[in-house]
Design a protein around this ligand. Structure first.
Ligand SMILES: *Cc1c(COP(=O)(O)O)cnc(C)c1O
Length: 415
């Protein structure tokens, strides 16, 4: 799972490509993704689930770049989308619509119609009102919508509160206690094939126990529904597997997790759907940045770099930790500094009080594990053009999204 980013002769490489060369030619800030790392992470699921009916749907919200989606589609991935925009992206990338699942708490009628038109695998419905709307739209279009109800299994994901979703108080899903009655009511709706149950309890879980606990509760729900004559054919257990952002973080025990969920699906004779996002894309990407200035004041040292919260908001939003590595190792030792960007917000930091290589203006650094929830959350705040994205494959690399220009910033505006 590791190994896509390594030093060779003091220079940080992505696969066979020297990242300093990418930074110099593509400019910074710049996201770089490793094709090998993306494929390897996806294949891990395929290998562990081989022989069991399954569909691994990459969560597009983690990284929606067309080249990344195309690469995963070619590897056999399905996709989990949460908007009509993401549907547009996956179709454009060449995804098989029959491998697309549509999640999200607020689907609009237009988005539902577009997905019905495309013929997606299924809708993960989050309320009775949504089931009613889906039923009527499908009927009007002369289609049958395959659907699952997103259930809230009430398992504490023990992750950051902003990315925990599986408790009763969260806006997501239907309370598992009330789910059976809703299934009974919705099973009779015309235009609807209510064939699945889904859940997603949160993100960045390094301990797989809550994921397995949720899977067991979902399995028990499938059995209770069967006893009531409602036979489900698939179980979608969402995403949530974490990645080690810190050197000392463990990898989640994916082997144990996949063996457990596979066992539950096989026992129930249902197709298993999973929706990993971060686990596939996170470790496969880095954000390259250049040091602009050094500044010290009141006992604090600042490294002012050209990447900011507009490229990577996770530190500002979740106080997330990302390791930082120099693109070229120096002989200058380390320093403790805040690594900050140019944006006019005090929360615009990439790291606080971090021991980091003693970098000087002009030096490059890589913000590690930035392939998920990185570029997709980039903004144009402070009228900053969004960065370019690069895909490395073996010894070659190419720009898969060009850096925005100033004209891009005002496109569609009228003075
Ligand atoms: C965000 C999300 C995912 C992906 O979560 P990761 O933690 O990135 O694996 C999967 N399914 C749903 C419904 C989501 O909202």
């Amino acid at each position: 799972m590791t190994g896509a980013f390594e030093y060779r002769g003091g220079a940080l490489h992505c696969e066979q490509v020297n990242l300093a060369e990418v930074a110099g030619r593509a400019g910074t800030p710049c996201y770089v993704y490793s094709a090998a790392a993306l494929r390897r992470a996806f294949r891990l699921f395929e290998e562990r689930l081989a022989g069991a009916p399954h569909l691994v749907c990459f969560a597009v919200k983690a990284n929606g770049n067309l080249a990344v989606l195309r690469l995963l589609a070619e590897a056999g991935a399905g996709f989990d989308i949460v908007s009509g925009g993401e549907l547009f992206r996956v179709l454009k990338a060449g995804a098989d619509p029959e491998k697309v699942v549509f999640s999200g708490v607020g689907k609009t009628p237009e988005e539902i119609e577009a997905a019905l038109q495309a013929g997606i695998h299924s809708f993960n419905c989050e309320s009775e009102a949504e089931l009613l709307l889906l039923s009527s739209l499908a009927q009007r279009m002369g289609r049958t919508a395959r659907a699952a109800i997103r259930v809230n299994p009430d398992v504490d994901a023990a992750t950051h509160p902003y990315i925990s979703t599986g408790l009763k108080r969260h806006k997501f899903g239907i309370d598992i206690a009330g789910a059976e009655d809703l299934y009974a009511r919705a099973a009779a709706l015309p235009g609807l094939a209510l064939e699945g149950a889904s859940c997603h309890i949160g993100s960045q879980l390094l301990d797989v126990a809550p994921l397995i606990e949720a899977a067991e509760r979902m399995g028990a729900l499938v059995e209770r529904l069967r006893a009531r004559g409602i036979g489900l054919r698939f179980l979608d257990l969402g995403g949530g597997l974490g990645v080690p952002y810190r050197k000392e973080d463990p990898w989640p025990d994916v082997t144990r997790y996949l063996a457990a969920v596979r066992g539950i699906a096989e026992r129930l004779h249902v197709e298993l759907l999973l929706e990993p996002g971060r686990f596939i894309a996170g470790p496969a990407g880095v954000l390259l940045s250049r040091v602009l200035y050094r500044k010290s004041g009141s006992g604090k040292e600042f490294l002012i770099v050209d990447a900011s919260m507009t490229e990577l908001i996770r530190p500002a939003l979740y106080e997330a930790h990302h390791e930082m590595l120099p693109l070229r190792r120096t002989e200058r030792g380390t320093l403790v500094a805040d690594v900050v960007g140019p944006v006019c917000e005090s929360s615009d930091f990439l790291a606080e009080e971090r021991e980091i290589e003693n970098l000087l203006p002009g030096d490059y650094l890589a913000v590690m594990t930035a392939g998920a929830y990185g570029f997709v959350m980039a903004s144009n705040y402070n009228a900053r053009p969004r960065p370019c994205e690069v895909l490395v494959d073996g010894a070659t690399w190419r720009i898969v999204r060009r850096r925005e220009c100033h004209e891009d910033l005002v496109r569609g505006e009228e003075a």
